[in-house]
Write a protein that binds this ligand. Structure first.
Ligand code: GN1
Ligand code: MG
Length: 362
């Protein structure tokens, strides 16, 4: 075990586990938090210990309050679901998370066994399952009563605000990287007029607001290792008010093209209509009952907007010296951005076929 793992193992002892934590390994996935899988002496059940990135999430108590509320709602109103809901393990003093002496924040979940986490869909069945799962998750959130959930990251999917941040970082060009990315700058500029449809609709009331997942990528739904059935929606850090279109857009981004998010060979970055059909059929099978005509009309456009926005965020972070998204190689955020932009082009080129599939499945 390296020193990070040793530290995580010590932290694990502070949680309400059935026995002493004995082994700890880093568990990959996600660009923001760090996760460790922990095994306890003589126990089958394993645990997922997570160190929350404090810079991205400065108010973890709000995240935990949102998760606790939705988890209670799930148990009270949706316990007949085939899906599981993440089960939080409290600290020994009964808290939902732990602050360590360095100021880092930790939480612990029961680990879901027998599951796989996929970065990109390799079969229509996976896309359909994930679409179903996130659709069901939106239905669960749609009948949540009481005050709005905490807004964890303000303007998270406010694409025009993301543009404003991009403009600022481009003007600063703090790492002198802009000059070599003129084609990407031009592309982003050419798409500027497309950024505001969802947020405008939310502002005027043409679109309704509801709590959504806000990071509905394929890797955030665990699939059964053999049957590929969706087991559990994970990564609940961005549970907050938004639009179901944000989640559908992210699903399109991550499920209708089999290329990796940072694929460098852009010839691989092509959408697949069968994947889109499967995703949309799965999603509508569960979410149809909560969707308005205005939302249905914008489903394909949501794929453009969220893919563009995500590319813009990667690009902005590249210009800003890779401070936000963890990278494992040089220019990885630029590769991620290019890949998202190519995906936008691919969606655009097939727009009428995609729209026709939505209509056919309604
Ligand atoms: C980040 O940490 P992770 O990988 O779950 C990001 C999402 C992006 C995603 C792109 C809080 O999610 O918004 O869509 O990367 N999360 C945050 O893969 O910024
Ligand atoms: Mg996330």
């Amino acid at each position: 075990m390296n020193s990070l793992q040793m530290h995580a193992l010590n932290i694990a002892q502070e949680f309400e586990l059935p026995a002493a934590a004995q082994r700890c390994e880093e568990y990959v996935g996600g660009h923001i938090n760090r996760s460790y899988r922990v095994a306890c002496e003589g126990q089958q059940t394993r645990y997922l210990l997570q160190r929350i990135n404090h810079e991205v999430f400065p108010q973890p108590e709000r995240i935990m309050a949102n998760i606790a509320r939705v988890s209670r709602h799930f148990r009270e109103r949706h316990s007949d679901s085939k899906q599981q809901f993440l089960e939080l393990i409290p600290t020994r003093s009964g808290q939902a998370f732990l602050s360590d002496p360095d100021g880092a924040i930790w939480r612990c979940y029961r680990f879901i066994e027998g599951a796989v986490m996929r970065e990109s869909a390799t079969s229509p069945e996976q896309a359909a399952q994930a679409g179903r799962a996130f659709g069901e998750f939106q239905v669960l959130l749609a009948d949540l009563t009481g005050p709005r959930l905490h807004e964890i990251i303000v303007d998270f999917h406010h694409t025009p605000v993301r543009y404003a941040t991009f403009d600022k970082k481009l003007a600063q060009d703090s790492h002198a990287r802009a000059q070599s990315c003129q084609a990407e700058v031009d592309f982003v500029d050419s798409m500027r007029g497309r950024a505001s449809q969802i947020v405008d609709g939310l502002e005027t009331g043409a679109l309704r607001e509801q709590a959504v997942h806000n990071d509905a990528k394929l890797s955030n739904v665990l699939l059964h290792r053999e049957t590929e059935q969706a087991l559990c929606v994970v990564d609940l850090d961005t549970l907050m008010p938004g639009s179901p279109l944000y989640d559908f857009g992210d699903m399109m981004r991550t499920m209708i093209c089999s290329a990796a998010e940072d694929e460098r060979d852009l010839a691989q970055v092509k959408i697949d209509l069968d994947m889109f059909r499967a995703l949309t059929a799965g999603y509508l099978a569960t979410a149809r009952e909560i969707l308005s005509p205005a939302e249905i009309e914008l489903m394909v456009e949501a794929g453009v907007i969220i893919t563009l926005e995500t590319g813009l965020r990667f690009f902005t972070d590249h210009l800003d010296g890779d401070q936000y998204f963890r990278t494992h190689r040089d220019a990885q955020n630029l590769d991620r951005a290019r890949c998202q932009f190519e995906l936008v082009r691919s969606i655009e080129s097939q727009r009428s076929a995609l729209e026709a599939i939505v209509l056919e499945l309604l």
